[in-house]
Design a protein around this ligand. Structure first.
Ligand code: ADP
Ligand code: ZN
Length: 521
């Protein structure tokens, strides 16, 4: 700490905050000292302060590159209200606003200049920034520089040139923590020279974490929402169509709910954003298009009606709840169809093979979390490089520890059923074989003659469904999109088959489709 704690004084005087949030002060000091910094902080962790405050401690102007015009305008407004000389150059400006910014710059009055990345493409920008006496660059949402990420912004690639041309320190901020994206940020924004890196404060202890297998998805959603009537919340769905049908179902059940996705008119979307921000108790049923730039502190819950794409996406999305620090609930529903959908999306995408493998791995991390057998928060934070000393006490598995069983034998039976049928069949047929159910399909294929036929009678059908789901969750087998979801073994299956590894699973008998399937038992 500095002797007089100038950063703490500014924090109180300008922002009126009592103290720093975990991790903020170290970042503020490194940025104020003019070091190159990469800060990975979760959404809602308070990253804007980490470049705004140092800008006031330094001589000259700090340029802030941000991809979201609405967010820039909000921040500039808030800074001005706090008496800080800030301005923005974006396509949303009126001519008067732009003139005022230019004048303030020429009189060396600005401390913070916000700028959309597109500005960097215009020839005059560099000389403007040179004349203005820019002494630091801050980059918000720095993962937008990653060509692999879904938020890629080509103009972000110009930021590295800007840093080189101005010869000033750069501080990059992002909530995306995976190693690959981090490496890409370092190579593109810092010329590959490692910046001082902070990875802090990923724990959001006020968020309750919970996962449930989908058994009756609509009812699960309605029950969850009914228990939280009047609270603002977000429901994330995997498709546009599903946001519409779910919003309708919720409205019919008497809730204030609206759909939101990228297929809606920009005006409609904006209207939903404004309504959500202002109204209490509104439910937005959305695709992941909703959320970036939403700054509503009292979102009380986030429900994933479908499995998210990656563990990073999951954490970013649930992180929108409870930013005020009060308790907030999250629940993620998932089932075999989700796993199939997400695998298919990766396999059928246009990415290079290495990228696809990485995407499968990130999906695996999320599935591992879904099928966890102990504290979920520990597992989640471990993925982001943070150690939790004790179990959290605020996740579904801490609150109601699941019954576990040694599933090694069962899993080996299931894996050999997959192998003996040539990796040509889905879970339903495989379970028929294991439980000795002589369906027409079983008879036609002669599968009642297999050595595995009927070897799994010690488990119910519902239990087998839970076992198959957990096997997919651990990536022991994968559905093949080109064979209608037929399961095939992965590398991870072989040590189990050879008896070199054992498998512990949760003893939950929740079936994936109980109504029809349970009746046949
Ligand atoms: P993000 O990391 O998502 O950009 P913000 O910078 O918008 O988050 O901060 C999230 C919220 O936390 C804001 O409402 C902000 O005012 C508040 N905040 C940030 N730092 C502090 C602090 N030290 N004390 C209290 N509130 C803070
Ligand atoms: Zn826990």
């Amino acid at each position: 700490m500095l002797p007089q704690d100038p950063s703490g004084d500014l924090l109180r005087q300008v922002w009126g905050f009592d103290g720093f949030r975990p991790g903020q002060q170290e970042i503020v000091e490194a940025v104020a000292q003019g070091r190159d910094v990469l800060a990975i902080m979760p959404t809602g962790g308070g990253k804007s302060l980490c470049f705004q405050l140092p800008a006031l401690m330094r001589d000259g102007v700090t340029v802030v590159i941000s991809p979201l015009i609405a967010l820039m305008r909000d921040q500039v407004r808030a800074l001005r209200e706090a008496g800080v000389a800030a301005g923005a150059l974006t396509s949303g400006n009126t001519d008067e606003e732009t003139d005022a910014v230019f004048q303030a710059l020429s009189r060396a009055e600005l401390k913070l200049l916000y700028m959309a990345p597109e500005r960097l493409a215009s020839g005059g920008t560099l000389s403007l920034l040179r004349r203005a006496g820019v002494t630091a660059i801050a980059v918000d949402e720095a993962h937008c520089v990653s060509q692999w990420g879904h938020d890629f912004r080509p103009d972000y690639l110009r930021i590295g040139d800007l840093k080189r041309a101005l010869g000033v320190p750069l501080a990059a901020f992002t909530a995306t923590a995976d190693v690959e994206t981090r490496a890409e940020i370092v190579s593109r924004l810092f010329d590959g020279k490692e910046p001082v890196t902070f990875l802090r404060g990923f724990d959001r202890p006020n968020l309750r974490l919970a996962f449930q297998p989908k058994n009756s998805p609509r009812k699960q959603v309605l029950d969850f929402v009914a228990a939280r009537r009047g609270q603002s919340g977000i429901i994330y769905c995997a498709s546009r169509a599903r946001t519409e049908t779910l919003a309708q179902a919720l409205t019919q059940a008497g809730h204030a709910a609206v759909a939101y996705h990228a297929g809606l008119e920009a005006e409609t979307r904006r209207a939903v954003e404004v309504r959500f921000q202002r109204e209490d108790g509104l439910i937005v049923v959305a695709t992941i298009a909703f959320g970036m730039g939403i700054d509503k502190p009292d979102i009380r819950w986030v429900l994933h009606a479908d499995l998210p794409k990656t563990i990073e996406g999951y954490y970013q999305e649930i992180g929108r709840a409870g930013r005020d620090g009060d308790p907030a609930d999250t629940l993620t529903l998932y089932g075999p169809d989700d796993i199939r959908l997400r695998r298919t999306q990766i396999d059928e995408g246009l990415a290079e093979p290495a990228r696809k493998a990485a995407d499968h791995a990130r999906l695996n991390a999320l599935l591992g979390l879904a099928e966890a057998t102990g504290c979920r928060r520990r597992k989640l934070l471990a993925y982001f490089g943070e150690d939790l000393a004790e179990d959290c006490g605020n996740c579904d598995l801490c609150i109601a520890p699941p019954k576990l069983f040694d599933a090694t034998q069962a899993v080996r039976k299931a894996l050999s059923a997959i192998l003996r049928t040539g990796e040509w069949f889905g879970a339903t047929h495989l379970i028929d074989i294991l439980t000795g159910n002589t369906t027409e399909k079983v008879r036609e294929r002669g599968h009642d003659q297999l050595p595995t036929f009927g070897v799994g009678r010690d488990h119910s059908r519902a239990q087998w469904q839970a076992i198959f789901r957990q096997m997919m969750g651990r990536d022991l087998c994968r559905p093949d999109p080109e064979r209608h979801g037929a399961l095939h073994l992965t590398e991870a299956a072989h040590p189990v088959l050879r008896g070199e590894e054992s498998v512990t699973l949760r003893h939950d008998t929740t079936a994936s489709r109980p109504a029809t399937v349970l009746r046949t038992q």
